[in-house]
Ligand binder design. Structure first.
Ligand SMILES: [Zn+2]
Length: 112
């Protein structure tokens, strides 16, 4: 719990692997957050795609195990493959991309 808000880099766990990462809020129109992980690289998760992760982290929620370890490895591999073509561009993980890569459907079946 920190009081400061806004665009700050915070030490957080990577969403896709056990390594450390830093996280920044970005100000695009999807409310994305940007994550830099030494292992997975630079990626951006949209607000809607975060439902996969936020709900996954809530032990009281029925979507608890929506993305398992193998799904996360698939997503990390997807990011690495993208970075081979363009190393500096953040890889966008929106709900559709997560669905395509993991085969899991978004909790709210959104189209973004
Ligand atoms: Zn990572």
């Amino acid at each position: 719990m920190r009081g400061d808000k806004g665009v700050t880099a915070e030490a957080v766990k990577c969403y896709l692997c056990p390594k450390g990462a830093s996280q920044e809020e970005t100000r695009d129109n999807m409310g994305s957050i940007e994550v830099r992980c030494p292992e997975c690289g630079l990626y951006r998760i949209t607000d809607i795609a975060m439902q996969f992760y936020i709900l996954a982290g809530d032990p009281d929620d029925r979507f608890e195990d929506l993305l398992d370890g193998e799904d996360k490895r698939k997503l990390a591999g997807y990011i690495r493959a993208k970075h081979e073509r363009d190393k500096d561009a953040p890889v966008l993980l929106d709900a559709r991309t997560i669905e395509e890569v993991t085969g899991k459907l978004s909790p709210y079946a959104t189209s973004v």
